[in-house]
Design a protein around this ligand. Structure first.
Ligand code: SF4
Length: 317
């Protein structure tokens, strides 16, 4: 097994709503990213994926839990130490334009983060712009164009170039391909995988599409209502996913050879509110295999195979 580069232990994040209620966006999540590997995180909107990423990238601190980077506890870093550490873990957003100022040309936009960490001459900045554009397979003269004049795929390449400008060890992609056409999505994924191999990058790839996530991830973690419910190797997702929620996600994927006369299996009921989490298993209000114990006792994550853990009372007794 390869070495761990970034690890979260028991990460929990709560917010107070306007009405003074407590909203639990993430609950006791353990997460482990290995050197040079991709960890995929999947789940419906509101399952806590983005909150988890914000904690992993130190954009906000956990209320409970610890964050370990290269063996060091970085949970409580503040001020200059926090700022310096940020260059190691960079993020690619769903909408890269939100990171660009409208009047900034592409070259300036992708090298802007460098100014936070090092002083470079104008010549060095131009060289860095050209290097980054080549890295993401864009023509070097794109440095002089405005991001808003480019296609969605080209802008996402700029988003990746910007995240790589400070040479991070970990790249965190938050729904980075979700807004793109399928053909463009594939090119961006191919590019990310190529860059990962070249640079030995470790990557967290968050998406609501389980089929896409498992295709590029060494390990996949499934989240539901703020908690991790299953974690298993990406190449075992189709055959070995065991949690009833993971299975429901898999059965809702369209396949070319599926029987279109049969109704598509769907989960019944609504996702409960994170302001009012159900007792016991968070999934029990929608689980077709729910039993009495599930309503009262929250299942812990248990090992059920090599690199395969699941939080469900049906397993690991
Ligand atoms: S613990 Fe019970 S309710 Fe929860 S997923 Fe397993 S069987 Fe379903």
């Amino acid at each position: 097994m390869s070495e761990v580069i970034l690890e979260g232990r028991g990460l929990t994040r709560r917010y107070t709503t306007d009405r003074g209620q407590t909203l639990t966006a993430c609950r006791e999540v353990d997460i482990c990213l290995q050197y040079g590997r991709t960890l995929g995180i999947v789940g419906e909107s509101g399952c806590g994926k983005s909150t988890l990423l914000r904690m992993m990238t130190q954009l906000e601190p956990p209320n409970e839990g610890r964050l370990i980077f290269r063996g060091q506890d970085i949970t409580a870093l503040k001020g200059e130490a926090l700022r310096k550490n940020r260059c190691h873990i960079q993020m690619v957003f769903q909408d890269p334009t939100s990171a660009f100022f409208g009047r900034m040309k592409a070259g300036e936009a992708i090298t802007e983060p460098l100014g936070n960490f090092q002083k470079l001459s104008a010549k060095q900045i131009r060289e860095k712009q050209a290097e980054l554009l080549r890295l993401v397979r864009l023509p070097e003269d794109f440095a002089h164009r405005y991001p808003h004049s480019m296609s969605g795929g080209q802008r996402q390449r700029l988003g990746i170039a910007r995240a790589l400008a400070v040479d991070p060890a970990v790249l965190v992609c938050d729904e980075a391909t979700s807004a793109l056409d399928v053909s463009v999505q594939e090119k961006i994924i191919t590019l990310l995988v190529e860059i990962q191999r070249q640079r030995q990058l470790s990557m967290i790839f968050v998406c609501h599409d389980l089929a896409l996530v498992q295709s590029l991830s060494h390990q996949v973690m499934v989240m539901y209502l703020g908690g991790a419910v299953e974690s298993l190797p990406g190449n075992e997702v189709w055959d070995k996913a065991s949690h009833p929620y993971s299975k429901a996600l898999l059965s809702s994927i369209f396949a070319i050879d599926m029987d279109f006369d049969k109704p598509l299996p769907t989960l019944k009921g609504e996702v409960p509110s994170p302001v009012n989490l159900p007792q016991g298993c968070a999934f029990h209000t929608r689980c077709p295999q729910c039993r009495e114990r599930c309503r009262n006792e929250r299942p812990a994550m248990r090992e059920i195979g090599p690199n395969h853990r699941v939080a469900c009372h049906l397993f690991g007794q």
